[in-house]
Design a protein around this ligand. Structure first.
Ligand SMILES: Cc1cc2nc3c(=O)[nH]c(=O)nc-3n(C[C@H](O)[C@H](O)[C@H](O)COP(=O)(O)OP(=O)(O)OC[C@H]3O[C@@H](n4cnc5c(N)ncnc54)[C@H](O)[C@@H]3O)c2cc1C
Length: 284
């Protein structure tokens, strides 16, 4: 099998633009499971040596997470309390071995409905930066993941980084996942929330649910309804069934659609409660 390990983005893009473009591989935890025969035919474009794709940094515009940053690095990095939504999700991706190999861009490019990284990145308002031979572009994550295993990435593009705005002071985040057992499990449903508090009341909230629709969904009507509610009143933090209208769960071997919807409702409440608690302790 042909194996390419470029040292610059330009070199990687030139390989992708060739007559027989190799398949991009980062940690390989999705690719290697799915299509080994296809990989043998196409060859592998290993992007893990591209320095620009690695690491987490903060600049004047907010946070930048390199595309090939591994889940374990995200867990270990000091980040603001709102980013607990992402760090808690990172701890749920497979087990430690998977977190040591799998990357954040691999998760969103694979575009599984059950990708644990997508709901937290949606509530953190992530943008995806793509590089192509003709230049770079940035897309909101909601426009990048377009369907089951489908993204807006063109064949000649590499995801370079994710960009996340600095959370407002007093903002906390959380992620909750329901699977059929505690670890190494594909989600039945999951929810991520980011909440800003003002005097014990919710001043702003963003909530997203995964594994209950082809692409993880924000719940805009529930987010609007939460504003002004008391953050320590569990009864006030349970969404109405109507607030879950953007979801369209399916029956499969892991759960029925009805069970997924009931679970998502409770997970939304727990995610908001935990995010509010994190916001209460937030000091940046
Ligand atoms: C045992 C096991 C358990 C798992 N558990 C979970 C889980 O609980 N939750 C979960 O969400 N996932 C889980 N996964 C899936 C997987 O580990 C994650 O999705 C991981 O983040 C994928 O990252 P990767 O770097 O390994 O991707 P890869 O396998 O290297 O790539 C995945 C896809 O993304 C493309 N790609 C990767 N990087 C780029 C880039 N920079 N630009 C353009 N395209 C790119 C590749 O071409 C490929 O199509 C599990 C996998 C295994 C094997």
């Amino acid at each position: 099998m042909a194996h390419f390990s470029p040292r610059s983005i330009e070199e990687a893009l030139a390989l992708l633009g060739g007559a027989q473009p190799p398949r991009i591989v980062a940690g390989g935890t999705d690719v290697m499971v799915g299509v080994p025969r296809e990989l043998a035919a196409s060859g592998v474009l290993d992007i893990m040596r591209l320095g620009e794709l690695r690491g987490i940094s903060r600049g004047p515009e907010g946070w930048r997470i390199g595309a090939a940053t591994r889940w374990a690095e995200i867990v270990a990095h000091p980040l603001p309390p709102a980013f607990a939504a992402l760090q808690e999700a990172a701890r749920e991706v497979g087990a430690v071995q998977i977190q040591n190999a799998g990357t954040i861009a691999g998760n969103i490019c694979n575009a599984s409905p059950a990708a644990d990284g997508v709901p937290p990145l949606l509530v953190l308002e992530a943008e995806v930066e793509l590089a192509a031979p003709g230049g770079r572009r940035r897309l909101p994550l909601a426009d990048f993941v377009t369907g089951v295993r489908r993204t807006a990435r063109r064949a000649d593009e590499i995801v370079v980084a994710l960009h996340l705005p600095d959370p407002a002071p007093g903002t906390g985040g959380a992620f909750v996942k329901l699977g059929s057992r505690h670890s190494l499990v594909i989600s039945i449903a999951m929810a991520a929330a980011v909440v800003r508090l003002d005097g014990g009341q919710i001043a702003a909230a963003r909530v997203a649910v995964g594994a209950c629709s082809p692409v993880a969904q924000r719940l805009p009507e529930w987010e609007a309804a939460l504003v002004g509610r008391k953050a320590d009143d569990p009864a006030a933090l349970l969404p109405d069934p109507a607030h879950l209208a953007p979801l369209s769960p399916i029956d499969d071997l892991r759960a029925s659609a009805a069970y997924r919807l009931a679970a998502a409702r409770e997970l939304c409440r727990r995610a908001v409660m935990r995010a509010a608690r994190a916001a209460g302790g937030a000091d940046d």
